[in-house]
Design a protein around this ligand. Structure first.
Ligand code: SF4
Ligand code: SF4
Length: 371
């Protein structure tokens, strides 16, 4: 059984401010104990795609930076480049967005380093010897860091069901090649549904989609030999004409995520802390260039040294809420009902937790300790 420390968002004086709560959680969860003097400590964060505003506030990151420095270690704030085209596909664009979103030295008091290098080629092969991967490709600066604090915004995700600590570790610590290995599925177009809007063609980073003639009409067509399975077209299609052929593929995808999460912390398992933010709980992740309305109220902040326990506690707390009507939560509004299934009935989010526990990433059993 793992301890998960929790602060809700109720506040009546300065001691209840979110910045004070983050510092308190850091202390209670014992993160200072595993930080050694001069440790190069990665703070794994997602800077948010340009246009998104649900990412973790840099002022919150500053609190963690200061606590790490207080413990004598040397923090740097980090993420990896994306597989899909967008505003964070290489380090120059990525750092520009990070700066625009407030992740600069004046605010966060630490340098920002993109962990997989200029064009996502800076990575190491980490041996894990599991069902899907013998080795996983992990960003070199994550592997080289001595310790890590993983700050995750918990929200829905188009293919992983939801994103929390496990997803942040797995996809977030992998270079483009590692992200490609995790995706490894090939979507197809339902020509009956396709309205030939061209959106998928525009977003595909590999130019794998083109129009093909079907009688007198043209429809999108995916060349599976070129496709890298980034999934961008699946989320982009306005009429849901693009899907993953085999549903089972998605559960395997989520298993691959869990294996990559394990690889990301290999060798420093006892020197990683997790902070999950249960606020702005949106339908989609922060890779989207917009932020939708939250599906449940803001809940609070969690801290733990166990990524499975903290994600399990996050899911349980979200499910306990009364869902907001009029949002993208279409079902399961009542407290106790599965909110991520209310967003996507066929999601495989729990595979992250169940398979993650099976391969030794952490424990589903947790004790929630209110701080
Ligand atoms: S076809 Fe879709 S999944 Fe394949 S590379 Fe293009 S956008 Fe990504
Ligand atoms: S985004 Fe969807 S509807 Fe538009 S062209 Fe692509 S498959 Fe067709």
């Amino acid at each position: 059984m793992s301890n998960v420390y929790f602060c809700d968002f109720k506040a009546s004086d300065f001691k209840d401010s979110k910045v004070e709560k983050i510092k308190r959680l850091f202390q209670k969860a014992g993160f200072a104990k595993f930080l050694n003097k001069d440790d190069l400590t990665a703070i794994k964060i997602h800077f948010g795609e340009r246009g998104n505003d649900a990412y973790i506030n840099p002022v919150f990151v500053r609190q963690v930076v200061d606590k790490i420095k207080e413990a004598g270690a040397k923090p740097f704030v980090t993420d990896t480049n994306t597989l899909y085209s967008g505003e964070r596909h290489n380090s120059v664009d990525h750092l520009t967005v990070a700066l625009e979103h407030g992740f600069n030295y004046t605010v966060i008091n630490a340098p920002v380093i993109i962990a997989d290098g200029l064009r996502s080629k800076n990575f190491r092969n980490v041996e894990i010897d599991l069902k899907h991967f013998k080795t996983a490709k992990i960003a070199a600066d994550i592997v080289d860091s001595d310790s890590m604090i993983v700050m995750s915004h918990v929200k829905g995700h188009p293919m992983a069901g939801f994103g929390g600590a496990v997803k942040n570790l797995a996809m977030g610590c992998a270079p483009a090649k590692g992200k490609e290995d995790q995706h490894s599925f090939r979507p197809t177009v339902d020509t009956q549904k396709c309205i030939a809007c061209g959106k998928c063609i525009k977003v595909c980073p590999k130019e794998a989609i083109s129009y093909k003639s079907y009688g007198s009409s043209k429809k999108a067509f995916i060349d599976k030999n070129i496709c890298i399975g980034c999934g961008q077209c699946v989320s982009e299609c306005p009429v849901k004409a693009i899907s993953i052929e085999d549903e089972n593929d998605l559960s395997k995808f989520v298993e691959r995520i869990a294996e990559y999460a394990l690889a990301s912390v290999k060798g420093k398992e006892e020197k990683v802390g997790y902070i999950n933010f249960l606020m702005n709980i949106t339908h989609d992740c922060d890779c989207f260039p917009f932020s939708d309305a939250s599906i449940v109220p803001d809940i609070g902040i969690l801290a733990s040294t166990d990524p499975i326990a903290i994600d399990m506690a996050s899911v349980d707390l979200i499910n306990q809420q009364l869902g907001f009507e009029g949002t993208r939560l279409k079902d399961n509004h009542k407290p106790g009902c599965d909110k991520f299934a209310g967003l996507r009935p066929d999601n495989h989010g729990m595979v992250q937790i169940n398979y993650g526990e099976e391969i030794g990433l952490g424990s589903k059993k947790y004790k929630l300790i209110k701080v």
